[in-house]
Write a protein that binds this ligand. Structure first.
Ligand SMILES: Cc1cc2nc3c(=O)[nH]c(=O)nc-3n(C[C@H](O)[C@H](O)[C@H](O)COP(=O)(O)OP(=O)(O)OC[C@H]3O[C@@H](n4cnc5c(N)ncnc54)[C@H](O)[C@@H]3O)c2cc1C
Length: 349
């Protein structure tokens, strides 16, 4: 049976025994008992209440760029494919824009900068969908998604109804949110962004300033200039999942109490660290992995990228279980050398 929407307003067909290998950017083999692609958000309750699926596990997938599938999934995989963008209203001088969850993230960022809205440009070229972006409060080059969020529209499986969470209710943190803490509960259906009229570029990362300088636009940069610069840096620095399977940074940068970070830096001069506020320091997981001698390390087709130590890669036919074994090896070596626990960033299934 093939997937796709039924007539408008009706539930989509559910594909059985679906191949997930093209629905995760690691490109690992896995299958799902069912796969529903929902383009009409009103059809969502019907899909979730279908007698065959309602008591089985549910996995919401966007582009699968932040998941590691280590086994087949004996439940329903749900993809929200609604993609509309609407400028919903002005709030004073600020524009509020609503984007449906299935829209490609970078596509939406480009839409926003082309419309002259600033705020998301540092998050250019992050793979994935609009709907997944709030889950781990995506961040890059000194900016986190939370800064531009007005509210998140969800379908709440606990109350079996649509709901709206304002930014406070989303409880965003570093690669964290209420959605990540209660994973099976809410399905993001759309995100409302707020773009202020008082935009100024965030140029805290030297690499972004250098790229803009090379383009001759440091002091006059527009959101589109910053987006172009960030895209160029990312294209140079990160392995392209279309060429080499990966899920971006596999580990979070550890947040340590100040005193613990001081002691580590005293033992390992040159260790990068940043003030994370609240008496904590953030240290670089990539640096720890590189110093532990694991950059470019390979176990069969599962490897640590030779380009970027924080990225695990699938050189060909690695299974999810092999990539997970490699991740555990990296955690073990880093812990033995530095006494620091590395926490994985992707959802590991
Ligand atoms: C090369 C590369 C670079 C990356 N760089 C960055 C970066 O700089 N910063 C960063 O933060 N991340 C980065 N990532 C990680 C990833 O791109 C983001 O986390 C992205 O938001 C995931 O989007 P997705 O649609 O692929 O989500 P998926 O991987 O499909 O899902 C991720 C999680 O979100 C849940 N989810 C997905 N959609 C929904 C929905 N509609 N409702 C509820 N839950 C949902 C899933 O169940 C899962 O838990 C990178 C990944 C790659 C491959």
């Amino acid at each position: 049976m093939s997937a796709g929407d039924g007539p408008s307003g009706t539930a989509p067909l559910i594909e059985r025994d679906a191949d997930l290998s093209r629905l995760n950017t690691f490109g690992v083999a896995a299958r799902a008992a069912g796969l529903a692609r929902v383009r009409d958000l009103d059809a969502l309750p019907t899909v979730l209440d279908a007698p065959e699926w309602r008591d089985r596990p549910l996995l919401v997938l966007g582009e699968g760029s932040n998941v590691l599938l280590t086994r087949d999934f004996d439940g329903l995989v749900l993809r929200i494919e609604a993609q509309r963008i609407q400028q919903s209203h002005w709030a004073g001088d600020d524009a509020v824009v609503r984007a449906e969850a299935g829209r490609g993230w970078h596509d939406f960022v480009r839409w926003s900068v082309d419309a002259g809205f600033g705020g998301l440009e540092n998050l250019s070229l992050i793979p994935g969908t609009v709907g997944a972006a709030p889950i781990q409060n995506i961040g890059a080059y000194g900016v986190e998604l939370a800064a531009c969020i007005e509210a998140v529209e969800v379908y709440d499986r606990a109350t079996r109804g649509f709901d709206l969470l304002d930014r406070t209710a989303c409880a965003f943190g570093y690669r964290d949110s209420v959605f990540k803490r209660e994973p099976a509960r809410r399905i993001v259906t759309a995100v409302r962004f707020r773009f202020g009229s008082d935009w100024s570029p965030v140029l805290s990362y030297p690499g972004v300033r250098e790229e803009l300088a090379a383009r001759g636009v440091v002091s006059t940069s527009t959101p589109a200039d910053v987006s172009d610069a960030v895209s160029a840096i990312r294209a140079r620095k990160l392995p392209d999942p279309r060429v080499l399977g990966n899920a971006g940074s596999f580990f979070k940068n550890p947040l340590l109490p100040q005193a613990e970070a001081d002691a580590l830096v005293a033992r390992h001069p040159g260790m990068p660290r940043w003030d994370a506020g609240g008496g904590r320091s953030k240290i670089s997981a990539g640096w720890l992995i590189e110093q532990a001698g694991l950059k470019g390390h390979r176990e069969g087709d599962a490897g640590v990228s030779a380009q970027h130590a924080l990225v695990l890669v699938n050189h060909g036919r690695a299974s999810g279980a092999q990539l997970l074994a490699l991740a555990r090896h990296v955690q073990g070596v880093v812990h033995a050398r530095f006494g620091v626990h590395l926490e994985p960033e992707p959802l590991i299934l």
